[in-house]
Design a binder for this molecule. Structure first.
Ligand SMILES: [Zn+2]
Length: 279
């Protein structure tokens, strides 16, 4: 991509400092560009202005923050992280403001949220379509709405509306858990991908599986505490190594409930048979 030769679209304002509230509001980390696009960001910051939301690649991930400077070829983004926010809230650390990082990159390497968009969902908006047939879980209940298989789905169920919701993939994966091909533990990533293939089709499967994995990671880190944050990229894999099928299934349901803002109900979950894996 050639460098722009026109006048800068915006003046730099180095004194401009985003508030902690603003940084906290937009905080997010994406593993790849597909995920940040799914979250509504558009790659290319030629038209960015100070105070816009933007995503910049830094320290191994795509970080969402606020534009603090727009130059002729570069844009500068200030961001914070979930870890920094957690540390700032932890009395064992000696500070109360989350640490922030400022980084500049070329326009083409920064993504922005188009103006007029609503603020910061950290995960994909429901643009995927459910293309597969209704799936029932170990209780013979629809993974999308909880209706018993003998009853029709509720009107808001993804299998009814066709609009995909990320959390539906997690319970759908529970019965697809298989022993890891390497022979140790269970392959959670494989189960998520297999469920995604059935729900949203091959084109969307990888993105949907990644997204569900992020939801599960967030839920596990939440339960396991700050030490899990340090091994964030590994928690799903480790969980598969060291937990039994029923625990894994419970974790998938717990993560889905957490994502949807409801409490996991152990009674509704019932018993997950140790050998329920079906094809
Ligand atoms: Zn349903």
């Amino acid at each position: 991509m050639s460098e722009p030769t026109t006048e800068p679209t915006s003046q730099s304002t180095p004194a401009d400092e985003p508030s902690t509230d603003d940084l906290t509001r937009v905080v997010a980390r994406f593993d790849d560009r597909d995920l940040l696009r799914a979250a509504g960001y558009v790659v290319g910051a030629e038209d960015a202005a100070v105070d816009d939301e933007a995503v910049i690649y830094s320290r191994g991930g795509y970080r969402a923050g606020i534009v603090t400077k727009v130059g002729r070829v570069n844009v500068t983004v200030t961001y914070t992280t979930e870890t920094a926010i957690r540390e700032a809230a932890d009395p064992r650390y000696g500070w109360t403001e989350p640490a922030r990082t400022t980084k500049a990159a070329k326009f083409a390497e920064v993504a922005v949220r188009p103006t007029g968009e609503a603020a910061a969902p950290t995960l994909a908006r429901p643009s995927r379509r459910v293309t597969g047939a209704r799936q029932v879980d170990h209780n013979n209940e629809c993974v999308g709405c909880g209706a018993h298989f003998s009853e029709p789905c509720g009107p808001a169920c993804p299998f009814e509306t066709g609009t995909y919701r990320p959390a539906v993939l997690l319970p759908a994966a529970a019965r697809r858990l298989r022993e890891h091909p390497a022979g140790v533990g269970y392959d959670i990533g494989g189960a998520l991908f297999a469920a995604a293939l059935d729900l949203v089709g091959a084109d969307e499967a990888a993105g949907a599986a990644d997204e569900a994995r992020q939801i599960l990671t967030g839920s596990l880190v939440d339960q396991w505490g700050p030490r899990a944050e340090e091994i964030r990229a590994e928690v799903v894999y480790r969980h598969g190594l060291f937990s039994d099928l029923a625990d894994l299934a419970r974790s998938l349901y717990t993560a889905a409930a957490r994502h949807d803002g409801i409490d996991f109900d152990p009674e509704a979950f019932g018993e997950f048979p140790a050998s329920s894996a079906t094809s």
